[in-house]
Design a binder for this molecule. Structure first.
Ligand code: NAD
Length: 325
């Protein structure tokens, strides 16, 4: 089906279905890139909340050099439609961010399926497989997951996941569209609940919770282990390159020969916690400890300001890596 879909670089409008945390964040990024947003969200006050979110997100997008205008031009760049179908009809591509509920998503996609099949449907789902999303679609070939990370307007990564029914050219299209948005897309080749990055993330969160419950260290120290022990290197390189360098001159082969047995012992989960009432209570207490009496909004504002600095630094380091052209 060559030429069936409008080229990613020519997209000028997106239907954003669901404008909660992620949908509003995507909307801010689309508008910053000069892509008009036609949104739909049935919640009371959704439009006002989306505008407020985009307004707050704008300075960070300016600092990253993505947004050029001093303020978002809501008049020409954002409108709300009365239904998902209406929004989808008015835009060139469809982008879905409703609650993470498979039944709801399947029914919303079934509704969107009625819209011209040459419009690609991107889903933000954090873990539902594309095969599940496509259950009630007559045109499953244009459905693909483009999973962002919170906050979606800032974090560079998106995971692109297709199913056997997704047309390969739609997966390629999503990769191209993500790049156009300044994202770093990765292609996830095997469908699985949680895709790839949440699988990595929650393996670590599982261990953090187990350490907390087992009293291995305080909540603050468990977070410090990640923040100061692992995260600085991880902004530069992933786990596999990190392991290679841990082997010194011998690299990966060296570390596997010398430390392979220990690694196998270290990566075996000691215990897998369940979210029992007691564990939940301990986690809520731990959150209180690490948040040091400051509210979520205050932390989010600080995080987003610092993320801009880190992402700018990460962008600068691109192109300077050994092996870069
Ligand atoms: N929050 C995150 O960190 C994060 C990160 C990446 C991906 N995601 C994914 O993004 C999606 C949205 O998550 P969120 O955190 O924005 O949730 P949210 O609860 O903030 O927002 C969901 C929105 O969907 C709206 N909605 C419900 N039914 C709808 C319908 N029929 N049509 C249109 N809108 C409808 C709700 O009114 C709400 O505003 C989920 O699939 C989630 O897995 C979330």
């Amino acid at each position: 089906m060559p030429g069936r879909y409008l080229a990613a670089e020519n997209i000028r409008s997106v239907a954003v279905i669901g404008t909660g945390a992620v949908g509003a964040s995507w909307s801010a990024l689309f508008i910053a890139h000069g892509i008009r947003v036609v949104a739909h969200d049935p919640a009371d006050g959704a439009e006002a909340r989306a505008r407020q979110f985009i307004g707050k997100a704008w300075p960070a997008l300016r600092r990253l050099g993505i947004a050029r205008a001093a303020a978002p031009d809501f008049g020409s760049m954002l409108s709300f439609a009365a239904s998902a179908t209406e929004a989808a009809r008015e835009a060139e591509v469809i982008q879905e961010n409703v609650f993470e509920d498979a039944r709801l998503k399947i029914s919303v996609l079934a509704e969107l399926d009625g819209v011209a099949p040459d419009k690609i449907i991107l889903s933000s789902t954090g873990g539902i497989t594309p095969t599940a999303l496509q259950t009630a679609c007559r045109h499953p070939e244009r459905v693909v997951v483009m999973h962002p990370f919170n906050p979606a307007h800032l974090m560079p990564l998106v995971e692109i996941v297709g199913s056997r029914q997704t047309a390969p050219q739609v997966v390629d299209w999503a990769m191209a569209f993500a790049r156009r948005l300044g994202k770093h897309p990765i292609r996830v080749n095997v469908e699985a609940s949680g895709h790839l990055t949440n699988r990595l993330q929650f393996a670590l969160i599982r261990e953090a919770v187990a350490c907390l419950v087992d009293g291995v260290a305080s909540a603050e120290d468990i977070d410090a282990a990640l923040r100061f022990g692992l995260a600085p290197r991880w902004t530069l390189m992933g786990s596999l390159l990190t392991l290679h360098l841990a082997g010194g001159r011998g690299g990966m082969q060296g570390i596997l020969e010398h430390t392979g047995h220990a690694i196998e012992e270290w990566w075996t989960p000691r215990s897998t916690p369940t979210l029992s009432t007691e564990v939940k209570a301990r986690l809520i207490e731990a959150a209180r400890e690490v948040a040091r009496g400051r509210g979520v909004d205050e932390w989010v504002q600080w995080r987003d300001e610092q993320l801009v600095v880190l992402i700018s630094r990460q962008n600068e380091s691109r192109g300077t890596e050994p092996g870069d052209p």
